[in-house]
Design a protein around this ligand. Sequence first.
Ligand code: XUL
Length: 514
Amino acid sequence: MAYYLGIDSSTQGMKGLVIDPDAGTVVRSVSVNFTADLPQYHCPDGVLAHADPLVKHADPLLWLAAMDLLLARLKASGVEMGKIAGIGGDGQQHGSVYLNSRFADALARLTPSSALAEQLAPALARPTSPIWMDSSTSGACRELDARFGARLQADTGSPAVERFTGPQLRAFAAAEPERYAQTARVHLVSSFLCSVLIGGDAPVDTGDGAGMNLLNLRTLDWDEEIAAFTAPGLLPKLPKVGTGVAGGLHPYFAKYGLRPGVPVAVWTGDNPASLVGTGAWGAGVAVVSLGTSDTFFAALKEFRTDPEGCGHVFGNPAGGFMSLACFKNGSLARDRVRRETRTEWAFFDETAFERTPPGNGGRLALPWFVPEITPPVLTSGVRANYAFAEAPSEVRIRAVVEAQALAMRSHALWIGAFEVLRVTGGASKSLGIRQVLADVFQARVESVAVADSAALGAALLAARADGVPLEKMTETFSPVTAVCEPRKEQAAVYDGLLREVCRLEKAAPYVSGQ
Ligand code: XUL
């Protein structure tokens, strides 16, 4: 009869999902949208405006306001909050929060009479938080490359990457040494929100910690040499690395009807949580998550890294490791193309695919409307092998969706060949997009019951921290609800286009839309 709550703090909003493992049901799902619900934080779509397109920061107080609002909404929805026996969570990966020496005290003294954001504002050493969309730290990345070379990827699972927390810290310490000196603790979005729930310093897990270029995946602890080079005196500013239960819920949250002291699981990153929520935490099934960013990830049998240096290795919250390739122009690009073609979602999702043949007559468009992560590209602009902007809407739509799927296939080759892909995220509702994925990968594409796989994963991890086995819950909460089979006759078309997309990534005749 115990319920478990999973909270997903993603780029554009926050979601809460309550599950009942005994009944095998999702009891309630609530959400907060940063643009519509919290406009006073000036972060439409979760990002503060900035003159430099490479700089992407958010206001960390926005996440605290969202937590208060989410829990108030959950209580108002009539859920029996007192039945919640454990809380888990996840955050958008790589984003960091900079806290001063008042943080520990402010957490311990949280009082229900005022809001979290108000009480923790004085504990910020830096008013803004760089998030995963930031690409402004190339200088710091090159310095890390020069100092550590291949060891950085071999030991931390990734080469130096702009959005990763280590390069962000190095750039911050150099640009704002005073604020850096005032920073007593650096948290990830996940460990920051977990700290607030327990009213104390929460650990970072190996799933999210591996997105920092600071965690040695061979020892599963901070790499002292890399930390020392990244920024002066960094090691004592980092939280512990940990797993399992972070602590008991702070009495502040009794105002939402939650029971003080219930276990709060160590939070993880949104992709590792989604690996759990889609039921793909064991080896053999890959996940395609079509969210703000598109990600391709799978559990790894053993620790190994991407020979091309684009992909990442993170800890798998269920044990062992996971691989991941991240594409920034995911839903960001699909939204943009839909708006530019002035089409409704229904047209985008299905009609466009019925009106065009698989392979689109060879026309492809890499939709790099914003700087891309995989492959790393800092200058935005659509790269096409035809006059993209002048083609009919359905041709443009297929060109983009096929190029996204082909780029994903090409950059995920190092992870392995998969007969089954499990899809999640908003765009996975589109049958047209699922069929393209099935044909491009020549794999069976499965949809799972719960759309919010990260929030579900967080709830499952909360239940696991309270002793409920993950295996049992996966069968109940992550059943396959729809299947899209690959059409064998399309295999040759896409094998040919795979070479074309690689060529296009290096040089494209048409560049537009900057
Ligand atoms: C993964 C990544 C994004 C964020 C936001 O490396 O940068 O997927 O986690 O979802």
